[in-house]
Design a binder for this molecule. Structure first.
Ligand code: COA
Length: 204
């Protein structure tokens, strides 16, 4: 079991390759990005329906290229704190799943907690088939195995109008944590922020 008391130098020394191998599920493959994924990433992220409740406008091809490059660069950071993986079905990219981890201060019992923000996006043609749930379940499982902390606090944040997002959080066993009205301005309108959380401990 990973110890939360390793020093940063020890963690770096133990890192090895930060990039993940492919993860295979009954219907999907989750894998790291390559530069060959730019067009498929653009198809996903230029989609207006997908961007509806995101903080950004549909992406341009230049933005898609930059984001894929950033994912590739981030994948070899050591220690690694962000992960974004391609989700493939029958050899085609149908979505992406991601996570960003931040280590919180020790609590009163001297335990360390990693706060992990999660995200996901799938092509509309592949909604309603359980693919996002299947991908997120295995993603969280593998992520939890590599966490260098006693506790992992997982968070999914969304606009409450984004039904697909909070229903997915519920299917993954997350519990409603908070609802903040008019949390921030996004694309010219004030939006609410709904947060779901799941705490995993002991088995990390
Ligand atoms: C969020 C998002 C990934 C959810 O997609 P989704 O298709 O609802 O989620 P899943 O792929 O897990 O599919 C679940 C649905 O498929 C159904 N389903 C059909 N076959 C299934 C199967 N074999 N296994 C499991 N579920 C199945 C489920 O009943 C469920 O339907 P329901 O919502 O009507 O109850 C999707 O809406 C999306 O990509 N949105 C755009 C990006 C976005 O907003 N991201 C979140 C930002 S916070």
């Amino acid at each position: 079991m990973p110890s939360a008391r390793r020093t940063p130098a020890e963690r770096r020394a133990n890192c090895g390759s930060a990039r993940w191998g492919s993860i295979v599920t009954p219907r999907l493959v989750l894998r790291e990005f390559t530069m060959a994924d730019i067009e498929a990433y653009y198809e996903l992220e230029s989609n207006e329906e997908n961007a509806r409740y995101q903080d950004w406008l549909p992406r341009t091809m230049d933005q898609a290229r930059e984001l894929v490059l950033a994912n590739i660069q981030g994948s070899s950071a050591c220690p690694r704190s962000t992960w974004e993986l391609v989700v493939e079905c029958a050899g085609r990219m149908i979505g992406r799943v991601g996570a960003a981890s931040t280590q919180l201060e020790h609590d009163s019992s001297n335990r360390t907690t990693n706060h992990v923000d999660l995200w996901f996006s799938f092509l509309p043609a592949f909604h309603g088939k359980g693919y996002a749930t299947e991908a997120m379940e295995v993603f969280i499982e593998v992520l939890s195995q590599g966490q260098d902390a006693d506790v992992m606090e997982l968070e999914i944040e969304c606009d409450p109008r984004n039904t697909g997002s909070w229903k997915l959080a519920q299917r993954l066993g997350f519990e409603r944590h908070s609802l903040t009205r008019r949390a921030w301005e996004s694309k010219g309108e004030w939006v609410d922020s709904l947060v779901y959380r799941k705490v995993m401990e002991g088995g990390i």
